[in-house]
Design a protein around this ligand. Structure first.
Ligand SMILES: C[S@@+](CC[C@H](N)C(=O)[O-])C[C@H]1O[C@@H](n2cnc3c(N)ncnc32)[C@H](O)[C@@H]1O
Length: 195
């Protein structure tokens, strides 16, 4: 079976509509086979969005590994800020565009990029629920190279699970950023990083 980050033209399709409430607002996220997350909003992604510190919620933002677009769409709709969403999974990108339209978003650019390959600007906020299953090289590329795409005072936020090697990732990340663990819940850590 192919992984959620692979492009598989043989993959069956069964569109699923998920209704989700976040911070008192209603959203619709369409999902399908071969994309993350099946039920629209993953626990870790919700925890991330619900725990961003107010001072860090600034445009432009970059949602790295956007999947069906949940993080970027939520930021845009909840806080009215604009930004870019990137992924390598073409089905996910198609759904992210559909979901952005469905949720009445404005000012979002959604495009294919393997990590930061097609990213040309700097951002005030970069956020990611990184693709652990894609392997350490990809995850470290996304986390460590975020600093090259952050504005001077920009912030990187990510979510990581204890059982996915949070401890060793955090000790490596600390060599590059000043980190602050915003919250730990049910084995998920929300991490804020500054250059
Ligand atoms: C854990 S999912 C998170 C999806 C979405 N942001 C969310 O919170 O539900 C990680 C995403 O990273 C994407 N991904 C995997 N490898 C990537 C790469 N090299 N560059 C960009 N995105 C990648 C996957 O396709 C997947 O959509």
């Amino acid at each position: 079976m192919s992984q959620y980050f692979e492009n598989d033209s043989e993959l069956k399709s069964k569109l699923q509509k998920n209704e989700v409430q976040v911070l008192g607002q209603n959203f619709i996220f369409f999902t399908d086979y071969g994309v993350f997350a099946k039920k629209g909003l993953d626990f870790g992604s919700r925890l991330l969005i619900e725990n961003l510190e107010k001072e860090d919620i600034k445009a432009p933002f970059l949602d790295v590994g956007c999947g069906v677009g949940v993080l970027g769409i939520l930021l845009n709709r909840l806080y009215g800020i604009t930004g870019d969403l990137i992924d390598v999974n073409l089905r996910a990108l198609h759904l992210a565009k559909k979901n952005a339209k469905e949720n009445g978003c404005n000012g979002l650019e959604i495009f294919e990029s393997n990590c930061y390959q097609n990213v040309q600007q700097k951002y005030a906020l970069i956020l990611t629920n990184p693709p652990i299953r894609a392997g350490k090289t990809v995850v470290y590329n996304i986390l460590m190279n975020a600093k090259e795409h952050l504005e001077k005072n920009g912030t990187l936020y990510f979510v990581i699970r204890k059982e996915q090697g949070a401890k060793s990732i955090l000790s490596d990340i600390e060599k590059v950023y000043h980190i602050h663990i915003i919250i730990k819940k049910k084995g998920f850590f929300i991490v804020k990083c500054k250059i």
